[in-house]
Design a protein around this ligand. Structure first.
Ligand code: ZN
Length: 58
């Protein structure tokens, strides 16, 4: 299974996309990107839930 996320679905205007075969790894990529590019130091449960809701699998 492949997990994908378009950051723009969570952060409007962001063109970054993520893809991983592991949901945990995908979340790590998102967390690193959020910290580097969105100034989000910590992925709170609220953010994690918002991100989780936008992850597509195929
Ligand atoms: Zn982004």
């Amino acid at each position: 299974m492949t997990f994908t996320l378009a950051c723009g679905d969570v952060m409007p205007g962001c063109a970054m996309r993520f893809e991983s075969s592991s949901k945990d790894e995908l979340m790590q990529q998102v967390a690193a990107h959020a910290r580097a590019d969105h100034g989000i130091e910590e992925v709170t449960p609220e953010i994690a839930e918002a991100v989780d809701g936008k992850i597509l699998t195929y």
